[in-house]
Design a binder for this molecule. Structure first.
Ligand code: SF4
Length: 386
């Protein structure tokens, strides 16, 4: 079937953009996620959806927008609610330690966001909130779509957004023939062309709601979509062909030997990852990549020697945890170890610490390590009851 892609593109840069925008807003009025239980930061303190140009709490919108980066609303909501109890203002966030901030973020993923929020809060204390794109983009951890989300949500400013949901909707609407990431400028111009200048807050929320609830990745509900009659992907009969993607590369797979090292006092050894890189600043149990031809026990002994300067005896397997990141898959094979010799040193980390097992919950750990903690506590409890 011929896809009327050119027609849709020209609609987006002509007066029809306004018709699309109005149709979307009408749909959103009846079917959008306009619910204080879902997006509390989008409501006034007396529980209303804000009137045009009525400002909202910038702090609340900022935290929500950063949490929503690559993360779904249902996952974000409990984190946002807890966060507001612990850090109710930019002053409270700036005054907290980075460790406290990471603890609140634990489990939400993409951990550099927590560090950057903390840095940005320290830059913002005592200053008025930025009210334009440049001001927000100058802060750590804020890209163009996050800045657009904050400005349109908090100030009702006419600034477009372009997150993953929006890219998918626009790629389908236009049946765009290439992966959206290759044509960023084009997608931004479409998002801007569609934006209702009189109701930018409502429009951006409506666009996100359409992507999250109707134009979903695998099973779009086109029969419920206000743009169905304008949508080139729908006209093709197979909307899931868009967005076009590059052929996926297989994820590299690695086995990681991990040592849960206990000393005679019953303390367990943990280390804090370097600040830069994946999971920067999070705590973990020490270990590293298994090399070709190496047993897991040999791997653990070698890694602990190289990274901490200690000698251990490797004991029973505690647990095996599979974990997929966006760019690699890991299998953590975790063994209990007895510390034998050597003062632990942070040769490949920021710091190392002996802690009692019941104190482990006071440290921010990534998701895979949280499962190791559960297994360790379960094993220790079983031993104490035996
Ligand atoms: S008609 Fe279907 S594919 Fe097109 S924008 Fe709507 S939900 Fe998405």
């Amino acid at each position: 079937m011929v896809v009327p892609q050119r027609l849709v593109m020209s609609q987006l840069v002509s007066g029809s953009a306004q018709a699309l925008s109005q149709a979307l807003l009408a749909w959103w009025h009846d079917h959008g996620r306009i619910d204080p239980a879902l997006k509390p930061w989008m409501f006034t303190k007396d529980g209303r959806w804000p009137a045009p140009h009525e400002p909202l709490c910038v702090f609340e919108c900022w935290i929500a927008e950063v949490m929503l980066q690559q993360t779904q609303l249902r996952v974000v909501l409990p984190y946002w609610q807890n966060w507001m109890k612990v850090f109710p203002s930019v002053d409270a966030l700036a005054a907290a330690s980075l460790e406290q901030v990471r603890l609140q973020w634990q489990g939400l993923g993409y951990y550099s966001r927590a560090r950057r929020l903390h840095e940005a809060a320290q830059q913002l204390v005592g200053r008025p909130w930025p009210s334009d794109l440049e001001g927000w983009l100058a802060l750590p951890g804020i890209g163009r779509t996050t800045a657009g989300g904050i400005l349109s949500s908090a100030f009702d400013a006419p600034v477009p957004i372009l997150d993953g949901n929006v890219k998918r909707v626009l790629a389908r609407l236009t049946a765009h023939p290439r992966p959206p990431a290759r044509d960023d400028a084009q997608f931004w111009s479409w998002s801007e062309a569609l934006l209702d200048p009189d109701r930018p807050r409502d429009f951006n929320q409506a666009l996100m709601d359409l992507g999250a609830t109707v134009c979903t990745p695998r099973a779009p509900s086109c029969e419920r979509c206000p743009w169905r009659l304008h949508c080139a992907a729908y006209a093709s009969g197979d909307p899931c062909r868009w967005p076009v993607t590059d052929a996926p590369k297989p994820l590299p797979f690695q086995v990681i030997g991990v040592g849960v090292v206990l000393n005679a006092a019953g303390e367990v050894l943990i280390d804090q990852r370097l600040e830069e890189g994946l999971l920067g600043g999070m705590w973990e149990f020490p270990g590293g990549k298994q090399e070709l031809g190496e047993t897991i026990e040999t791997c653990i002994v070698r890694e602990l020697k190289e990274e901490l300067g200690i000698a251990v005896t490797v004991g029973d397997e505690l647990i095996t945890v599979e974990h997929a990141y966006s760019h690699k898959k890991l299998r953590f094979v975790v063994h209990l170890c007895a510390w034998e010799a050597g003062e632990p040193q942070p040769l490949a980390s920021q710091q190392v610490r002996w802690v009692m097992p019941d104190q482990l919950r006071d440290y921010p750990f990534p998701a895979a390590n949280a499962r190791i903690i559960e297994a360790l506590l379960g094993r220790l409890q079983g031993q104490s009851q035996a």
